[in-house]
Design a protein around this ligand. Structure first.
Ligand code: MIC
Ligand code: SF4
Length: 643
């Protein structure tokens, strides 16, 4: 067996372990972050679960840390109190970005981790099978419920050789994205093998596994070897080490070979992470802002290389350099060893350890800016400045660019960039609040601020669904289009009515008003609809606006699950040519849809009343999904079962 199969099969609860089949697995650990967490815990409470049943569940507060009003602070208090009551550890603001901290302090090789954040696969860097999901799925897993997924195909990414000078782990994953695209990983797990793996540290592996999310992959995984052991030992957690790798000669569905010796510094250009070219080819474009940080690139070693490049130099006068070390551990170590002074001395603006600019939580660049960033997504408008172009690079490229003022190939440097892993990382978990002891939960009062509003619930599927095409969209629509996130909107993650005024506005500003005037309708889109974030809000807000069905060429994995969990019909065109026949404003009808779902029909008829045409749509649902769609979503289904 390959490593993916080994971990999956050891956790299998139901189903046949065969690519394409629905299986369910046991979840050992969960994580949430605050921008999906408030909603996940509201749903968790609505399910009436007491104490979590996982081996470890951690709630991180790392996204909504810019407290420009009471909303975020209220949500933090809600999360801290609700987690205390239900057996969950709470990592307070300032402790760091969920994925970085989880890797440092909690991840265990061979375990399964389900997180309400699409970059949960970062844990693959330490040999976990770590999957991103919607908040509702994570809430179910916290209650001890199984997690359902399509058994993946496994792609071997065989690394040979060694990275050349100033070429980084980030360049490996950018190369994978260049070759496979943002759709290339759908239904697959990326498993890294080959002698090149041993040359990469755990944080470097984590960078690669992190950005596997941008391939649309279910997750990515690295073996757990001597490098993993040394990392865990330096974190004071050697007892968590388990050696893991694929069996010799294990079979894979596909193999991609990458010779590390041949790689060079790469850059993903606006507005897609797979628009990759070499830094040398893109050339010295003028840069206005550089951001170094995020869950992709903010480890101790990343930051030390940056400090070394900046030491004794000054940031270019036209560049604003912003650095956000990934965790309190990293920031403390930089402060102790003087690297922080090197950054400050060069003129860097230091941020607290949080997501920050990556999700538009501050530091939005100026109009038409070119911003070079080390994070993982450069989707349109995500930085908070719609006219800005975001270029994704390694830390080395970003740091040297900040000094030069133009995009610069770091191979021009003449510095020793090797940074050894410390013998011992600085360990101080005093910002992780443990839950109340068993039996003492009742004493904890859950505190809810006025910004927390009830979330919408779906309704039972009607016999026939009708609706107007409210919006026709192209390929690769992201969840940042569907439910934009920035410093102004993130504080409202527990206030769906407020968010509804911004739904799909990056595509069409008039959409929310039109949806409200029509009382709902149907959405049409191209392929890979809903790629990106795990935010369930991209389903909950359309649900609130009365969207009953979404017809696309294909869906991204997490978003499709979120739609079904909330009772919205996800259909795909059997013939993609039918997509071209539909126009915005057409009246559509799904006659006898309830009966078709009850009968388990894989294909259904979609009538275009306006054009007097009928299209065949595919909507294969498993038994479990069928019940959810019929009842109006998972919560409605669970409630109907309890009655
Ligand atoms: C992101 O990187 O897009 C986020 C913000 O971390 C999201 C979660 C969210 O929307 O709250 C993700 O990746 O799932
Ligand atoms: Fe935070 Fe950005 Fe990572 Fe999402 S991708 S978890 S916003 S740092």
């Amino acid at each position: 067996m390959n490593l993916t199969q080994k971990i999956l099969n050891a956790h299998l609860l139901s189903g046949t372990p065969k690519a394409g089949e629905e299986v369910s697995i046991r979840i050992d650990q969960t994580l949430t972050q605050d921008s999906t967490g408030t909603m996940a815990y509201l749903q968790f409470e609505a399910m009436g679960i007491g104490r979590v049943k996982t081996k470890k569940s951690v709630a991180y507060i790392d996204h909504n840390t810019l407290q420009t009003g009471f909303e975020n602070a209220d949500d933090h208090q809600y999360i801290q109190s609700v987690t205390k009551k239900h057996g969950i550890f709470c990592s307070k603001p300032g402790n760091g970005i969920c994925h970085q901290v989880h890797l440092e302090r909690f991840g265990v090789p061979g375990m399964t981790l389900l997180g309400s954040d699409s970059h949960t696969p970062t844990g693959g860097g330490i040999g976990m099978l770590a999957i991103g999901a919607g908040g509702l799925d994570v809430a179910v897993a916290m209650g001890g419920g199984a997690y359902y997924l399509t058994y993946p195909k496994v792609v071997e990414i065989r690394l040979t050789g060694k990275l050349p000078y100033a070429v980084a782990a980030k360049d490996i994953i950018l190369e994978v994205l260049r070759r496979l695209t943002v759709k290339g990983g759908v239904g697959k797990v990326m498993e890294y093998t080959g002698e090149g793996v041993a040359t990469l540290t755990v944080p470097e592996r984590a960078t690669i596994a992190n950005m596997g999310a941008e391939l649309g992959a279910t997750t990515s995984v690295f073996p757990s070897d001597d490098v993993t052991r040394a990392f865990l030992k330096a974190q004071g957690r050697e007892q968590d080490f388990v050696p893991l790798c694929a069996d010799p000669g294990a079979a894979y569905d596909e193999t991609v070979e990458i010779d590390l010796n041949t790689l060079e510094p790469l850059v993903a250009m606006p507005h897609m992470p797979d628009k990759v070219d070499t830094v040398a080819h893109v050339g010295p474009i003028k840069v206005d802002q550089v951001f170094i940080g995020s869950c992709t690139n903010s480890s101790y070693q990343d930051m030390m290389r940056v400090a070394r490049i900046l030491k004794g130099k000054t940031v270019h006068p036209d560049v604003s350099l912003v650095i956000g070390p990934g965790s309190k551990q990293v920031l403390t170590m930089l402060a102790r060893n003087g690297a922080l002074s090197d950054m400050l001395g060069a003129g860097a603006r230091i941020l607290e350890s949080a997501c920050g600019p990556c999700i538009g939580m501050g530091q939005s660049p100026k109009t038409n800016a070119v911003s070079v960033r080390t994070n993982n997504r450069n989707f349109y408008a995500r930085s908070g400045t719609a006219s800005a172009g975001i270029y994704l690079t390694s830390c080395e490229t970003a740091a040297v660019t900040a000094l030069a003022g133009v995009l610069t190939d770091p191979r021009t440097l003449e510095l020793d960039l090797t940074v050894a892993q410390p013998e011992q990382f600085e360990v101080n978990d005093n910002l992780v609040i443990p839950p109340a002891a068993e039996g003492h939960e009742d004493a904890v009062e859950v505190v809810r601020g006025p910004n927390i509003k009830p979330f919408p619930l779906g309704k039972a599927l009607e016999d026939t669904v009708t609706g107007k095409v409210l919006l026709k969209m192209e390929d690769n629509i992201t969840t940042d289009h569907i439910m934009p996130s920035n410093a102004k909107l993130l504080p409202y993650r527990s206030n769906i009515p407020h968010l509804s005024d911004y739904c799909l506005t990056p595509v069409d500003e008039t959409f929310p008003a039109r949806a409200k005037a029509e009382g709902g309708g149907i959405l049409v889109a191209g392929s890979n609809y809903g790629q990106g974030s795990s935010r369930e809000h991209a389903a909950l807000v359309p649900l609130y606006l009365g969207i009953r069905a979404v017809a696309t060429k294909s869906f991204a994995r997490i978003h499709q699950a979120n739609l079904i969990n909330n009772g919205i019909l996800p259909m795909t065109f059997e013939s993609e040519a039918d997509y071209d026949r539909i126009s915005q404003g057409d009246e559509l009808e799904l006659p006898g849809i309830r009966q078709a779902v009850e009968a388990g029909q894989e294909t259904i008829s979609l009538r275009n009343v306006t054009k007097n045409e009928t299209y065949t749509m595919r909507m294969p649902l498993t038994e479990r999904q069928k019940h959810m769609i019929l009842a109006g979503g998972l919560i409605c289904y669970t409630r109907s079962q309890a009655e």
